[in-house]
Write a protein of this length. Sequence first.
Length: 346
Amino acid sequence: MPKNKNIAILAALCGLSVQCGPASAHHSFAEYDQANSIELQGKLVDIAWQNPHVHFKLLVNGKMWDIESNSLSILRRTNATPESLRAGDTVKMAGWPSKRTPDRLFVTNVLPQNGQELVLDMRSRPRWSATAAGLQTTWLGKGVAANGQATIFTTWATDLGDFSTAFPWLPPDQYPLTVRAKQVFAKWDPVRQTVAPGCRPKGMPSMIEAPYPMEFVDKGETLLMRMEEYDAVRTIHMRAAGDPAKQPKSLQGYSIGRWDGKALVVETSRIDWPFFDTNGVPMLGPEARVVERFSLNADGSVLTDEFTTTDPETFTRPLTLKRIWVRRPGEQVKPYNCVEASPARK
């Protein structure tokens, strides 16, 4: 895979931006210099173990650092826990410094006072010891075959071991953008801007890349697509659907579904969301629509969401991308419980 495609995939998870890590679905990680890791030692003043991102306050030689980490949704599926971290302890932290603020850091490794290192980023390795907590994770690994009849009605997870199957976005210069879309995107600053700041959820089709588990629930007249990120619930109208033209616009739009054999086809219109992807590429057309085809592989271990976006004001032709989900027994859609104002950032 070309290097620029890999960068775009990493960016997708970030909210995203170039060269981010799996934390990023909530704001741009282009802020951090990921080619430069630094180490700090100081007094741990505060801990905010929560979504959308875990934060710490670290007092280093009289200077208070704002330390950011992955989301709680990521970390609670590893064996890194906050039990060994206590306010008042002296700890070491290593990670990527901010490009825009001299007292901010994205932390990858923590050495608590008890000496049991924590790895808080899945791409990192132990820094101060041979082993560390945080390396055991349910985020890595392929899908597992269903026992019995394969079905879409189960919980689906993301394999973060292969970003190429998890996050569908292309490098912006590979999109068939119109002249106007290129002009709008040229004003986007990935270091200072994000499509979803704080606890403000994403809309369609940006939300397709949500990295956390989701499940389909059959309610008869409708299907629900429950997503852990932002506790979002997409409603897909299967029977007695209303006229989309008469529906109010919303972040998720108005979705009508039908079965094509075993595949679920969903057409979404009436979208009130200004972005196509999570890299800041705009979606300009008021009548933009997204058609998704959810299909299972033979053993029910993989669910593919192939989606085609039509928006003549943004793209010179319809654009088709794929998002892959995997079946992982025991996975659940957990409460997101996003906290808008992190105590560690006050």
